[in-house]
Design a protein around this ligand. Structure first.
Ligand SMILES: *Cc1c(COP(=O)(O)O)cnc(C)c1O
Length: 427
C-alpha cells in the first residue's frame, strides 16, 4: 500500500469521505487520491515522494506556481506581526485599489474569504438593490455551494450526478431559474414571463466548471443588453477567470461591463480570499452604508491580502498573460495533434491558460454537450497521465490550469506523456 493510500484510509475515519472538498476524493476517476506533501513552481510531490507536473494549481489560484519566493517571503514578513485583528489594515486598501484599477467595472470592492461567500453576497446585494427575488443562472455554471446556486451546478455536483443537492428546500431553489449557456432566447423567455421579478443574472462568463466552454459570439453582449433592458443586475462570476484569462478577466477580453463581479482563486494567491465588487451605487447598499448585511471574521486578513497582492504583482508583470496564452495555445494544439494521430473522438477547449480535453464528443458548447462526454475514457486518460507524472484535475468536468511557473519544457513533457497515453487508449 502506498503512503497516500494509507493516509486516505486514515483520513476516512475522521473526515467524511476523507476529504474537505468532494472532487478531491477521485470518485469520478477511480483509485485513491494522492496526498500532496509539497509544491514548488509547477510541480508537486506526493506523500510517496513522486513528483508530478501540476495542472490543478489548487483549482486555479496558483497562477504564479507553488511557493513562489516573492509570495512566501512577503507572507513570512507579515505573519510575524500577527495574523488577524478584526480591524481594518492598510494592506486591504492596497488590494482593493489594485482590483479597481485592474477591472474597470469594479468601482468598489468588499473582500470575503471564499468564492461561495462572494457569490452569495452578490445575489443578496442584487436582491436588496432591485427589491426583486428571482435569479437566473445557467446549467453547468458553478458558483460555490450556496443554497440558491446549487441547481444544475456542474463541477463536483455534475461529477456525482447529483445536480441538485439534498438539503436545499424547494422554496429556496424555486427562486432560481435555470437558463442554457450560450442561449439568449432561454434568458429572454424568463425575463418576458416576469419582467419585474428577476433581480440578477449570474454566470461564469467563460464557464470552467462543466469543463471549459467558451462563450459564442454575441452571447455575453446580448446578455448585457437584455439585462439592461429589464433592469436586471448582471453578475459575472469571475472567481475562476478573474486575473487569470487577462488582467481584467473575461470581461476585459470580451469587452463587457457587468454590474457586479465576483473574484476569488487568483486574487487570493492560494490563501482564502475572494471578493465581490462593482458599481458604487450597488456596492454602497452593503452594510454599514446600506441595508444589505454581509460580514466575515477573517475577511481581508493580512496574510490572505498579502498573498493576493504579491500574486497579482507577478501576474501583472510585463508579458505574463502573453506567456500564459502562448503556453496554453502550445499545449492545446499539441493535444489536438496527438488526438488526430489516433482514432479517438475528443476535443480540446482552451482559452489562455485554461483547458479541458473532452472525450467522446466534439464540439462542446454547453451543458448538454458536455454531459455527452465519455467519462470512462476520461478516467483512463487521467490515470494514464498520473502514472506518467502529470497531475490533472480528477474529473471530466473541470478546467486544468497552466501557471507562470510552467515552461515550454514542461509543456513538451506533458505532450509526450499525452501522446503515449492517447495511443494506448486508442489501441
Ligand atoms: C471556485 C469557484 C467558486 C467557489 O469558490 P470557493 O472559494 O471554492 O467557495 C465560485 N464560482 C466559480 C466560478 C468558481 O470557479
Amino acid at each position: 500500500m502506498s503512503t497516500s493510500q494509507k493516509l486516505f484510509h486514515e483520513a476516512q475515519k475522521y473526515i467524511p469521505g476523507g476529504v474537505n472538498s468532494p472532487v478531491r476524493a477521485w470518485r469520478a476517476v477511480g483509485g485513491d487520491p494522492l496526498f500532496i506533501n509539497r509544491g514548488k513552481g509547477c510541480r508537486v510531490t506526493d506523500a510517496d515522494g513522486r513528483e508530478y507536473i501540476d495542472y490543478v494549481s489548487s483549482w486555479g489560484p496558483l497562477i504564479a506556481g507553488h511557493a513562489h519566493p516573492q509570495v512566501v517571503g512577503a507572507l513570512e514578513r507579515v505573519v510575524k506581526n500577527g495574523t488577524s485583528f478584526g480591524a481594518p489594515t492598510a494592506k486591504e486598501i492596497e488590494l482593493a485599489k489594485t482590483l479597481t484599477q485592474t477591472i474597470p467595472s469594479i468601482e468598489k470592492v468588499r473582500l470575503t474569504s471564499s468564492g461561495t461567500e462572494a457569490t452569495m453576497t452578490a445575489l443578496r446585494l442584487a436582491r436588496g438593490y432591485t427589491g426583486r427575488a428571482k435569479i437566473i443562472k445557467f446549467s453547468g455554471c458553478y458558483h460555490g455551494h450556496t443554497d440558491a446556486l446549487l441547481v444544475r451546478a456542474g463541477s463536483g455536483a455534475l461529477t456525482f450526478s447529483t445536480p441538485d443537492s439534498q438539503g436545499v428546500p424547494e422554496a429556496f431553489s424555486s427562486m432560481t431559474l435555470v437558463a442554457e449557456y450560450n442561449s439568449l432566447s432561454s434568458v429572454r423567455a424568463y425575463l418576458e414571463a416576469d419582467p419585474e421579478g428577476v433581480a440578477a443574472v449570474i454566470l461564469e462568463p467563460v464557464p470552467g466548471n462543466m469543463g471549459l466552454v467558451p462563450p459564442e459570439q454575441g452571447f455575453l453582449e446580448g446578455l448585457r443588453e437584455l439585462t439592461r433592458e429589464f433592469g436586471v443586475v448582471l453578475i459575472f462570476d469571475e472567481v475562476m477567470t478573474g486575473c487569470r484569462l487577462a488582467r481584467g478577466g473575461a470581461q476585459e477580453i470580451y469587452h463587457i461591463d457587468p454590474d457586479l463581479t465576483c473574484l476569488g482563486k487568483v486574487v487570493g494567491g492560494g490563501l482564502p480570499l475572494a471578493a465581490v465588487g462593482g458599481k458604487a451605487a450597488i456596492m454602497d447598499v452593503l452594510a454599514p452604508l446600506g441595508g444589505v448585511y454581509q460580514a466575515g471574521t477573517l475577511s481581508g486578513n493580512p496574510l490572505a491580502v498579502t498573498a493576493g497582492i504579491e500574486t497579482l504583482k507577478l501576474a501583472h508583470a510585463a508579458g505574463a498573460y502573453e506567456r500564459l496564452n502562448m503556453l496554453g495555445d502550445m499545449l492545446a494544439e499539441g493535444l489536438r495533434t496527438a488526438i488526430r494521430e489516433t482514432d479517438i473522438k475528443a476535443c480540446v477547449n482552451q482559452i489562455g491558460s485554461m483547458f479541458t480535453i473532452f472525450f467522446g464528443v466534439d464540439p462542446v458548447r454547453d451543458y448538454e454537450s458536455a454531459t455527452q462526454s465519455d467519462t470512462e475514457t476520461f478516467a483512463r486518460y487521467f490515470r494514464g497521465m498520473s502514472e506518467q507524472g502529470i497531475y490533472l484535475p480528477p474529473s471530466q468536468f473541470e478546467s486544468a490550469f497552466i501557471s507562470l511557473a510552467h515552461g515550454e519544457d514542461e509543456i513538451q513533457e506533458t505532450l509526450r506523456a499525452a501522446r503515449s497515453v492517447l495511443q494506448n487508449l486508442g489501441s
